[in-house]
Ligand binder design. Structure first.
Ligand code: GLU
Length: 484
């Protein structure tokens, strides 16, 4: 490999929304380039017109932006190798195919659709019989003069084998007899997907082709095209499959039944883009040390092609959730409040709350943003609860001492001149000390009365503070009533 500038491309076909596999390809393309000081290019492969999905291109842009994968060249920002959309390059391909015809490496195939269909039904595997490969020149000329439609096919070698080297999967050899004379140009004069892909990669100066391992079997065909043109072959980097865990403990190709697989679906499930990216970076790549949490900038430094594994990686939602929790903990309270706000609104509507205090108690506990409404619901409205919740062995609370302790706490809190966290804290701790009670014996009944549930983010002090004096005292009074 020469030491020219590394150029990679993410070449999505806008045929749907970006899922975890697409995102990983984009990320690895980006990292292969950035880890070597290279350029990351975005090319839209819209050759298959029938498969296009409206809006898919916008999804690609938005996903890359949200993921922080800024391309250096692309349809929206240009660059010296444009256009970056295949449909805008459509006139570029035919001359290359004609060059191969002149060099005797490709030929016009005039076979009719009917003939090909008949052939397909008759031969096992449906291969093309290379009928037009060596047509006499007069016949070719006559067909052209008669305007018989044709495709252009590559003359594949009929003997021997083709070997190509993949940076991840190693050397792969296929028997040439297994390869068809592939179509390069269709009857309408436009390229097939495979042909356009190779011409684009070469003319855009792509040095590293990163893509899913489903393309491994097409790579000999790509390779033979590079050879036919005498072009330098790029470094192929095929990525391992991504699997999901099945209910029975086995794994199978990741799909919707394993959980959300679209980038936006994962975000809707409460995951942060950065956490998703960090986790996806490790789906098939292993750092030299055991570091797990990486910013994108750190990934750009640490990433190395030889750390990519060929064995399938398993998408583990629990592990992703762990990453997400770590990212949530590390956020500033302001950043957390911003991402939590849509979920806060579900609970509080337009009500203003002490957001910084909520962040303080939530960031430690929340591993997915979608958990927020359930965790917080008691702040908006005291749930119906049974007085049996007051009973707790560990804090030595029972239905006899709970009303006494709660009454005392209520009176003391009511008398507080200032309602804030330190005052509430000192008041309750002071009471425990004076009365020679365990702190828990005071805190438990207060927290139950304030929240109406046993599991809450934050303790009694934080909850009372956030509720505010009036609401807090009302709830404690209600607890006393319940206790009789
Ligand atoms: N357009 C192809 C896809 O979306 C990319 C193939 C390649 O990277 O060579 O899967």
């Amino acid at each position: 490999m020469s030491d020219k500038l590394v150029r990679t491309r993410y070449a999505p076909s806008p045929t749907g929304f970006m899922h975890v596999g697409n995102l990983r390809t984009a990320l690895y393309e980006y990292l292969v380039a950035k880890s070597q000081g290279g350029k990351f290019i975005l090319r839209i492969e819209d050759t298959d017109r029938e498969r296009l999905v409206a809006g898919a291109v916008d999804f690609i842009y938005n996903t890359l932006r949200l993921a922080g994968l800024q391309h250096d060249e692309g349809p929206d920002i240009g660059g010296g190798f444009g256009p970056y959309v295949q449909s805008e390059r459509k006139d570029m391909y035919l001359p290359y195919a004609e060059q191969l015809i002149r060099e005797g490496k490709a030929y016009r195939c005039f076979c009719s659709k009917e003939r090909l269909e008949k052939l397909q039904s008759e031969t096992v595997g449906g291969g093309y019989d290379r009928h037009c490969r060596d047509l006499p020149q007069e016949e070719i000329d006559k067909n052209l003069a008669d305007g018989v439609p044709y495709v252009i096919r590559q003359k594949m070698p009929v003997e021997g084998s083709t070997t190509f080297s993949d940076a991840v999967f190693g050397d792969i050899t296929v028997e040439n007899s297994e390869l068809q004379d592939q179509i390069l140009i269709k009857t309408d004069g436009y390229p097939t997907y495979n042909f356009a892909n190779v011409i684009d990669d070469h003319t855009m100066g792509i040095t590293h082709v990163v893509r899913g391992s489903e393309y491994l079997s097409s790579t000999p065909k790509y390779n033979l095209l590079y050879e036919a043109f005498g072009w330098e072959i790029p470094t192929y980097i095929h990525l391992p499959l991504i699997m999901g865990k099945d209910a029975d403990g086995n794994v199978s190709k990741l799909s919707k039944r394993h959980g959300a697989t679209g980038f936006y679906d994962l975000i809707d499930d409460g995951y942060l883009p950065q956490a998703i990216i960090n986790y996806i970076a490790l789906l098939g790549w292993c750092p030299k040390d055991n570091q797990e949490i990486f910013t994108l900038a750190e990934l750009e430094k640490a990433f190395a092609i030889d750390g990519i594994s060929k064995s399938p990686s398993v998408f583990d939602y629990d592990k992703l959730t762990w990453f997400n929790g770590e990212y949530i903990k590390a956020m500033t309270p302001e950043a957390f409040t911003e991402v939590a706000m849509p979920y806060y609104k579900e609970v509080f509507g337009d009500r203003e709350m002490p957001w910084d205090k909520l962040a303080e108690i939530l960031q430690k506990r929340v591993t997915k943003l979608t958990q927020i409404p359930d965790i917080l619901d008691f702040f908006a409205a005291l749930p119906e609860y049974d007085k049996s919740l007051f009973v707790n062995k560990k804090s030595k609370t029972n239905l006899d001492n709970a009303p006494v302790v709660l009454r005392e706490a209520y009176e003391r809190l009511k008398a507080l001149p200032v309602w804030d966290n330190p005052s509430i804290h000192d008041c309750l701790i002071g009471m425990a000390k004076e009365k020679e009670l365990k702190n828990g014996t005071v805190m438990w009944p207060v927290r139950i009365a304030a929240a109406g549930k046993t599991v809450t983010p934050g303790g009694a002090v934080e909850i009372l503070d956030i509720l505010g004096r009036e609401e807090a005292l009302q709830r404690l009074a209600l607890g006393l009533e319940k206790l009789g």
